[in-house]
Design a binder for this molecule. Structure first.
Ligand SMILES: Nc1nc2c(ncn2[C@@H]2O[C@H](COP(=O)(O)OP(=O)(O)OP(=O)(O)O)[C@@H](O)[C@H]2O)c(=O)[nH]1
Ligand SMILES: [Mg+2]
Length: 403
């Protein structure tokens, strides 16, 4: 089996940029012997941001780029000049991408709209330059704040396609043929099982310029929950569809039994799938005459709206679309989220007060800074470190609170 380009699971390592160090510079000029401190602030490190992009259908890009690092903020400079901020990294992902903490497995967030941005890792804040620390008793402080460290986090991205209607059926039932008949999608169609190896979406136009999205997934067979055929992993792509369209071909010998098998496999995968609205289509009905169709109507499963269709002749397709539309828009379903295509939001700047999922917690305690150069040496500097060392670490900047 050739390796698929449809990637719906990827683990990546992200790192925000660390903040630049504040500068400890002193003003130097002719005839001004004691110029005083003029070290500027360090720039902030770059953020890691996820953004939904409706033109993306897979996480394939990320498979080849698993390390996503923003750049560090630059150190502050003389004459109060502020260091440059690090560059943010924006990860474009398909709509329906769910993010988990790779270490704990904890669910973090999901992208459901085009242009939606989720701020994952905040870049470290830049340290303040020595110009901020001059006091009446210490006019020439030798200290400046180091920048906050970077944050590193491994996350798992999982894609669950967002459609309104998900197709469920055995291989060869005619699922892809239906999608190609009622949408512009061009899935591969053939008279052998497992023609469809990866999910695809099609936009089905309805009356008055309205539309809904239908997801075609590989066929499932009895025992799929135990790994038979292509297994059930593709079912995750219909987990969030509002309506499930079951498809059983007209030449089935026992429609009720086939329906129960499909239902059972779904239940094995995720019992919550049982709560979704269901519609049944008897496909390839062009193989039936009036009489056979009437007869079959008595052998249908109960409690599920059923239509006879033929994707080849177009028979029953309008009736099917009407039925699906009604189900999608039923009060029950409107409460759940269905896909909406929105224009790309303007790329907005990150504001200082924006919430990030991961950030250095600097709000809990008042920041504390050493009063004297000796305290400063104790807190921040290792002996070998030089005065303007950019790599000074942020150790214990808060631990002296209350001194
Ligand atoms: N007579 C008739 N044949 C159909 C109809 N729809 C599909 N077929 C045929 O059934 C076969 C399977 O169709 P597909 O659309 O590939 O079936 P599928 O459900 O997508 O199959 P997998 O992708 O393998 O799961 C093809 O040979 C189609 O031409 C129909 O309405 N009438
Ligand atoms: Mg198919």
């Amino acid at each position: 089996m050739a390796e698929s380009n449809f990637i719906d699971y990827v683990k990546i390592l992200c790192r925000s940029g660390k903040g630049g160090a504040g500068s400890r510079h002193y003003h130097r000029a002719k005839y001004i012997p004691k110029g005083g401190p003029d070290g500027g602030d360090g720039g902030r490190g770059g953020h890691i941001i996820l953004r939904g992009n409706r033109h993306k259908w897979t996480l394939l890009d990320l498979r080849y780029q698993r390390h996503i690092f923003a750049t560090d903020g630059q150190s502050g400079g003389e004459n109060r000049s502020t260091g440059k901020d690090g560059e943010d990294r924006i990860i474009e992902v398909p709509i329906g991408t769910t993010v988990f903490d790779a270490d704990t497995g904890e669910y973090l967030c999901e992208i459901t709209r085009d242009g939606e941005e989720i701020k994952l890792l905040r870049g470290g804040k830049g340290g303040r330059g020595n110009v901020h620390f001059a006091t009446s008793t210490n006019r020439a402080p030798r200290y400046a704040q180091p920048g906050q460290p970077a944050i590193e986090k491994a996350v798992v991205l999982e894609l669950k396609l967002l459609g309104d209607v998900g197709l469920v059926g055995f291989p060869n039932a005619g699922k892809s043929t239906l999608l190609s008949a009622i949408s512009a999608a061009k899935p591969k169609i053939a008279d052998y099982p497992f023609t469809t190896m990866e999910p695809s979406l099609g936009i089905v136009s309805y009356r008055n310029g309205q539309s809904f999205v239908m997801a075609d997934i590989p066929g499932i067979i009895e025992g799929a929950s135990e790994g038979k055929g292509l297994g059930l992993r593709f079912l995750r792509h219909i987990e969030r569809n509002a309506v499930l369209l079951f498809m059983i071909p007209a030449d089935s010998t026992d429609i009720k039994k086939d329906y129960d098998i499909l239902l059972n496999e779904l239940r094995q995968f995720n019992p919550e799938l049982m709560d979704k609205s269901r519609v049944l289509a008897i496909s390839k009905s062009d193989m039936l005459d009036e009489e056979m169709m009437e007869e079959m109507k008595h052998e249908l499963p109960e409690g599920i709206p059923t239509v006879f269709i033929s994707a080849v002749t177009g028979f029953g397709l309008t009736e099917l679309k009407d039925l699906l539309w009604r189900e999608i828009n039923s009060e029950d379903n409107l409460a759940k989220s269905t896909i909406t295509h929105r224009d790309l939001d303007r790329h907005h700047r990150v504001e200082e007060e924006d919430e990030f999922i991961f950030h250095q917690d600097d709000t809990e305690e008042e920041e504390w800074f050493p009063e004297t150069d000796e305290e400063w040496e104790d807190e921040f500097w290792d002996e070998e470190q030089s005065v303007n060392d950019k790599d000074a670490t942020w150790r214990g900047a808060k631990k002296g609170t209350g001194k």
